[in-house]
Ligand binder design. Structure first.
Ligand SMILES: CC(C)(COP(=O)(O)OP(=O)(O)OC[C@H]1O[C@@H](n2cnc3c(N)ncnc32)[C@H](O)[C@@H]1OP(=O)(O)O)[C@@H](O)C(=O)NCCC(=O)NCCS
Length: 219
């Protein structure tokens, strides 16, 4: 296990770091109260100052709420939106509500996909955010937007907020992104974020590409 190296923020050196899982380490300020959080026999840590309610230039991002279920179903019901993504089978309000209630990323890893709304009108436009994948011990950035909101830079804007949070607040060392090879729009977003192609992989038995960016590259 590696500890996150101390970060400089103004004149404050951030020195406390705790691993929540192999390779994924969190840093927080020295005087931040840590409330231990248990998962099985593993002790995790709760960071009350890590808010997942974000505001970007044009967007409001916040954790999924049960009332978002019909909006998420509407998002997934557009064949163009799900063309290059895993068929997740969340096609009824009941299933999506259960998914939202059981969504463990926020509590367990202090990250997660977030619902997104336009600041100006309050309209729901989709979701975006980080996801910790225990099976590969990686954190990825991902997004899914309603078609009428494509091409306006919202995926890039929201993903920038995610990378900033991941590196500067959580103290992650690396964030990856994966897309099916034909998903040019998504791959363009990776490039606009300054991510580097690393290798080919598979997504749902479909050829995919993996990109990554490190904390040093994001600075
Ligand atoms: C991928 C997706 C999130 C992109 O959202 P977006 O808000 O339109 O993205 P942005 O506007 O920030 O950037 C997209 C870039 O790709 C370009 N682009 C969009 N569609 C394209 C296409 N079919 N071919 C080539 N370039 C394309 C845009 O012009 C833009 O680049 P630019 O700023 O240099 O002009 C959106 O298309 C989507 O939700 N798709 C369905 C779900 C999905 O595939 N999610 C990603 C899974 S890996």
């Amino acid at each position: 296990m590696t500890n996150a190296s101390p970060l400089e923020r103004g004149s404050t050196k951030i020195t406390i770091s705790r691993n929540i899982h192999r390779g994924v380490s969190l840093s927080t300020q020295k005087d931040t109260p840590l409330t231990p959080l248990k998962r099985g026999s593993e002790t995790l840590y709760h960071f009350p100052t890590m808010s997942l309610h974000w505001e970007t230039e044009r967007l409001i991002m916040r954790p999924f709420e049960v009332k978002d279920a019909p909006l998420m179903i509407e998002l997934n019901s557009d064949p163009d939106v799900v063309r290059y993504v895993d068929g997740d089978g969340y096609d009824t309000v009941e299933k999506v509500e259960r998914f939202i209630r059981d969504y463990g990323q926020y509590d367990e890893y202090k990250m997660g996909r977030l619902s997104m709304f336009l600041k100006e009108t309050g309209e729901y436009i989709g979701w975006s955010g980080l996801k910790y994948r225990p099976e590969s011990d990686t954190v990825d950035v991902g997004y899914r937007l309603m078609k009428k909101h494509w091409g306006k830079g919202y995926a890039t804007e929201s993903a920038r907020a995610s990378l900033d949070y991941g590196f500067k607040t959580l103290g992650l060392n690396k964030i990856i992104a994966m897309a099916m090879m034909e998903n040019t729009a998504s791959i363009n977003v990776f490039k606009k974020l300054g991510m580097r192609y690393t290798h080919n992989s598979e997504c749902d038995n479909h050829p995919a590409v993996v990109y990554e960016i490190t904390k040093e590259e994001w600075k």
